[in-house]
Design a protein around this ligand. Structure first.
Ligand code: PMP
Ligand code: GLU
Length: 391
């Protein structure tokens, strides 16, 4: 052993590829390059004013001390009200842990439930952080690939076939990143039936719940039955609905024994989320909600325009996404792998996308349409040029 040795777990963990691509695009832009970025999974809107004012007011009023590690009671109460009203799930404040983003809430939940050697079933294409979080906990991600033929949704048959004696958890993310897929209630009921029969925990990441389009409806699995509730950890947050990515505010809602374990873990890592930011979160939940729909309607216009343009580009195809703000584009007819495609597109046309390899599928690239209509028109024009120049 040398002084420089790192923990074994670091050998297996990759840095977040979505964040890396976003950082690269931002750096090139800062260096004066005319980059159009579809890489960021981040709202381009600013946080609504009343939320900022609440945090500033709290700061000015001296709210600068530690709070309860799991968050201030008023916020946890407001989260319970939200989950009851919007999602039909009953929780009490001690079941809620306010964490540093939904990302942290997911990691806490995995650390609280996964032992070394446990398998976690993750439908792919998946959000890039899930497998790494499982590895941090010493568990084994078990990826179940889905395709355009099922709209990138896991089927109950696939789930049944994937379960092994080591399976401990199923991760569900609807609306999904990077797929944009929104599971229907009927689909979820069937999946959850298998999960319960196999005694799996369900990590239900609902961070994009408010960003749904067309006839799509968001359904929370924890509301299905007491049996499902007892095995489900519901994750949500503020980054996506209220354009608060930089604030780092998310939460988990879990059965009491799981919530208690999550709280214990958090009390030894980050402790509470920034005190005055929690006041902003409270204002987000208690204040006017029309800001969400205004942003959602704008995303919807961009979604439709993106879809329309992509469908005119020979060699590319995609499934209509019904949620979040991502579109997966199938690039298999271009003959390029996703990393080469993304690299060449950035070099030649100054357009940043995330290669599907970051989500477990090399035949895809992800476009985030959380950017202006002007960027969409110009950037996708460049993408069309790029594809036309491929032989
Ligand atoms: N889950 C999914 C599926 C996401 O796309 C994101 C976005 N980064 C998160 C969780 C985490 O969100 P945040 O930590 O910003 O609340
Ligand atoms: N969720 C966003 C994305 O997928 C933000 C980056 C991240 O945290 O992964 O791009």
């Amino acid at each position: 052993m040398t002084v420089m040795d790192l923990a074994n777990r670091t050998q297996e963990i990759q840095a977040s590829r979505t964040l890396a691509m976003d950082a690269k695009a931002k750096a090139l832009k800062a260096a004066g390059e005319d980059i159009i970025s579809f890489s960021a999974g981040e709202p381009d809107f600013d946080t609504p004013e009343h939320i900022k004012m609440a945090a500033m007011g709290a700061l000015e009023a001296g709210m600068t001390k530690y709070t309860a590690s799991s968050g201030i009671l008023e916020l946890r109460q407001a989260i319970c009200e939200k989950l009851a009203t919007d999602n039909g799930i009953t929780y009490t404040p001690e079941q809620i842990t306010v964490s540093c983003g939904a990302k942290h809430a997911c990691l806490n939940a995995i650390l609280a439930t996964i032992n070394p050697g446990d398998e976690v079933i993750i439908p792919g294409p998946y959000w890039t952080s899930y497998p790494e979080m499982v590895r941090i906990a010493g568990g084994e991600p078990y990826i179940v690939p889905t395709t355009a033929s099922t709209g990138y949704k896991l089927t109950p048959e696939q789930l049944s076939e994937s379960v092994s004696p080591a399976s401990k958890m199923l991760i569900l993310n609807t609306p999904g990143n990077p797929t944009g897929a929104v599971y229907t209630e009927a689909e979820l009921v069937q999946l959850v039936e298998v999960a319960i029969e196999e005694e799996l925990y369900i990590l239900s990441d609902e961070i994009y719940e408010k960003l749904i389009y067309g006839d799509a409806k968001h359904v929370s699995v924890a509301a299905f039955s007491p049996g499902v509730y007892e095995r489900t950890i519901t994750i949500n947050g503020f980054s996506k609905p209220y354009a608060m990515t930089g604030w780092r505010l998310g939460y988990s809602a879990a059965p009491k024994h799981v919530a208690n374990a999550i709280d214990r873990i958090q009390s030894h890592s980050t402790s509470n989320v920034t005190s005055f930011a929690q006041r902003g979160a409270l204002a987000a939940l208690k204040g006017p909600q029309n800001c969400i729909d205004e942003m959602r309607r704008e995303y919807d216009k961009r979604r439709l325009r993106t879809l329309e343009i992509i469908r005119t580009i020979p060699k590319l195809s995609c499934v209509e996404p019904l949620g979040a703000f991502y579109l997966l584009v199938d690039i298999s007819k271009t003959g390029l792998g996703s990393e080469d495609f993304a690299e060449q597109l950035l070099t030649k046309e100054k357009v940043a996308v995330v290669p599907g390899s970051a989500f477990g599928d090399d035949s895809l690239i992800r476009i985030s349409y959380a950017t202006s209509m002007e960027n969409i028109e110009r950037g996708l024009g460049r993408l069309a040029n790029f594809c036309a120049a491929l032989v």
